[in-house]
Design a protein around this ligand. Sequence first.
Ligand code: NAD
Length: 470
Amino acid sequence: MIEVTNPYSGEVDFRFEAVGVDDLIARCAALRARQPGWHANGLPARIEALTALSASLVRHRVAIVDALAADTGRRLLAEGELSSLLGSLARWCALAPGLMSEAAGQSAVPGLSYRNQWVPLPLVGVISPWNFPLVLAMIDAVPALLAGCAVVIKPSEVTPRFIEPLRRAISEVEALGPVLALVEGDGATGRALIDQVDAVCFTGSLRTGRKVAEAAAQAFIPAFLELGGKDPVIVTASADPQRAAATVLRASVLATGQACQSLERVYVHRSLQQPFLEELLRLCAEVQLNWPDPAAGQLGPFIWPQQAAIVQAQLDEAVARGARVLCGGQVEVHGGRWLRPTVLVDVDHRMAVMREETFGPVMPVMAYDTEEEAIALANDSEYGLSAAVIAGSLTEAERIALRLDAGGVSLNDGSLTAVMHECEKHSFKCSGLGGSRMGPAGFTRFFRRKALIYQSGEPLSIQIFSERPR
Ligand code: NAD
């Protein structure tokens, strides 16, 4: 049995059994067997099934949100996760028909023509993390199902409570149950799953992502990896310090900083540092924990208790190396673990808090003097998930954004990649691998293109390859 700690109370209040490997193999075989029928029914039937899933999710809304709130220690974001999933289902159902263009044409070689057949990957495996348990379990599953794949999802062992109510909602859609399964388990189950699928969509840490990439290479399947980040924000001298501080605060501490696209490094032009910090500290003081009243405040607990220890260790190391804490800075234990918005100054790139993913409500602020310096500092990271630029004009912000080594850049705001699903976006450097999960490619990557090449003339004879005398 795997024991699960409640992030709010800090007590173990949930236990579950991981699926055994034989059972996992059998379930994957059953999904694989049903996939051709799911695909053969056609896209309109699949859209109908996923629309029915939306209706079923709405019927099961209370149970799913209750379980998610227990998983994560926060209710409003749990409700937001369900709404986001409903939005994603509606969006992909509307978009998918327009993305299925099977190409056909003539070759430059006389007599030859071709047609592309789009062949879905039979079984897609999804391995998801704990920070947005529902959204990240379903984010790749929805387009994969629409593409005609069967899908098996292995959510994080840290947040498993939502699985059962979600499973009940899925089971009410007759067409979907046979091709969409959720399996409980930990890292060992995730590892075993990779050997049973035709592609793996993994969202999680870089450390685990490397292991998943290796296992996928051994299994010789594509791996779509969405990993961690250390997102920088550059605030230029022309920015409005009030607007910049409010944006940085929201985009850094939302969800207790437990979002891959959280801003984790703040570079402010030296001339703006003082008014920016004054406003940031004023706003930080207004942020409340959702403790002791779970229905109040803006800041939930750490979902995974060990994350609090990781964040505290980064803060302690930074202070030991000369950083100053202007607010927050100490994890509070009230059963679960909370950290108030934390602002650090006198930081540099030797410190883990400027290099490693923090995944907490921490804003280390560094002053810069020139645009070149700001860009160099922002790009000085092994990660390249996303970034932000806050300037006096979008033109100035764009000039800087074009030079940032990151897959998505928010201009005059922060963390916009969380709400912009329409455009394609790669994860640069160690933040990911394997194509965009957003935009059209988020759907088309689940197909292989088969080329049917038609000969309407005479096939070549071997004689035309006869050697000739010089
Ligand atoms: P994690 O890497 O610890 O675990 C993720 C999943 O991998 C879990 O389901 C886990 O059981 C499974 N797993 C563990 N070992 C495995 C193995 N050897 N083989 C296969 N699966 C294995 O990540 P986490 O701590 O749950 O999530 C936080 C991380 O996720 C952060 O780094 C965050 O930035 C990242 N994340 C990225 C995105 C993105 O879109 N780029 C989104 C959200 C979270």
